[in-house]
Design a protein around this ligand. Structure first.
Ligand code: NDP
Ligand code: OXD
Length: 333
């Protein structure tokens, strides 16, 4: 891991690089970089190596914002975007874009997300780990203080549902199916994935959820998906089901999760994403021993694999070509 989505965890350098502030200040800056969680010292030198002649600076170093044409951001710079009057493209450092407040990005600015095959492999690993942890009852043994073997379910009884069948969800669903779990998937438009029972649309949501033993959320955060992990959905799962949320914190209705864990409708949850990150120290989730918290690390951006993908889109933006992995602004993902 070279960088995570936890602001406290900016990782060490992966190779010696010049400080970005030592780069000549006289040249016209065309690309601005900002992230409250990714280390600019890891990203900017890599991007500069890939884009000779292109001047890339952190937002805090920019004196003339009017020359900037491309923004490479995890989240928006604190000063906002209004000074960047020549902006033609915003490139997300993440797979998701909700953290960029896309509704405030002018409609004429192309918005693209990061689609890095490395994300899919990390996310698949994380979800498989989570499913196996629950399936093999480790969540119960982690809390136990007595020798009490739990009943091991048959794999074919442990039905896993994946919400969101995009780049990440489809890879996760296929991997779980290859590991012998019965898998259902749910998306906006109908999908076909080998050995995955695919459902589509709001009208199929409860049918998709009915009797699931494990629910994984890999949806993007949009008005249609905000609060989707709620009491009504939990009530359709099998009693003692488990939840893995790797989408966004606001997918989850927090009091509904706590109530479902209290009533036994849910037996455990593994949460990687939160409405406020880092999750505040006094948040009740920290005190609930049925919740395993990870600090937004299910799949993390790696400049080694991510910078060439972002650089390709910077080149496109500067040439005036359509971007790869463009966000559909109407759909919101
Ligand atoms: P994609 O855009 O490739 O896929 C999104 C999927 O969600 C699509 O299958 C889409 O359906 C489905 N979807 C969207 N809206 C709805 C809806 N209203 N009803 C049903 N299905 C819907 O995204 P990715 O797979 O690349 O990433 C998904 C999310 O994962 C990101 O947005 C981010 O929030 C999260 N993420 C979390 C990380 C972590 O470390 N925790 C790391 C990376 C991403 P359709 O295909 O029909 O359009
Ligand atoms: C995300 C990411 O979108 O880490 O969550 O890429």
């Amino acid at each position: 891991m070279t960088s995570g989505r936890n602001s406290s965890g900016v990782a060490g350098s992966i190779r010696p690089k010049p400080s970005t502030s030592s780069i000549s200040r006289s040249r016209t800056v065309t690309v601005v970089f900002h992230s409250s969680v990714d280390d600019p010292e890891e990203w900017i030198p890599r991007l500069c190596d890939l884009l000779p002649g292109v001047e890339i600076r952190q937002s805090s170093e920019i004196t003339d914002a009017s020359s900037v044409r491309v923004g490479v951001f995890w989240d928006q710079p604190p000063e906002g975007l209004s000074a960047y009057t020549a902006l033609v493209a915003v490139l997300s450092l993440g797979a998701g874009i909700d953290q960029l407040a896309p509704e405030t990005i002018p409609p004429g600015v192309q918005l693209a997300r990061l689609v890095d095959p490395n994300f899919a492999s990390l996310m698949t690993e994380y979800c498989l780990l989570g499913v196996l942890r629950f399936y093999r009852n480790l969540h119960a043994y982690e809390r136990a203080s007595q020798w009490t073997p739990a009943r091991l379910a048959q794999r074919e009884e442990f039905v896993v549902g994946v919400m969101g069948l995009g780049t990440l969800g489809s890879a996760v669903a296929a991997r779980l199916a290859a590991n012998g779990f019965p898998v259902r998937g749910w998306s906006a438009r109908q999908k076909r994935i080998t050995d995955v029972d695919c459902y589509a649309g709001q009208e199929a949501l409860l049918q998709f959820a009915a009797g699931l033993q494990c629910l994984i959320c890999l949806l993007p955060l949009t008005p249609a998906t905000t609060g989707i992990l709620d009491a009504r959905l939990f009530a359709h799962l099998q009693r003692n089901a488990v939840l893995i949320n790797v989408g966004r914190g606001a997918h989850l209705v927090q009091p509904d999760l706590l109530a479902a864990l209290e009533s036994g409708q849910l037996a455990g949850a593994m949460l990687d994403v939160f409405c406020k990150e880092p999750l505040p120290a006094d948040h009740p989730f920290w005190r609930n021993d049925r919740i395993l918290i990870t600090p937004h690390v299910a799949a993390v951006s790696d400049p080694k694999t991510g910078a060439p993908i972002i650089a390709a889109n910077i080149r496109r933006a500067l040439r005036g070509d359509p971007l790869l992995n463009v966000v559909d602004r109407a759909r919101g993902y």
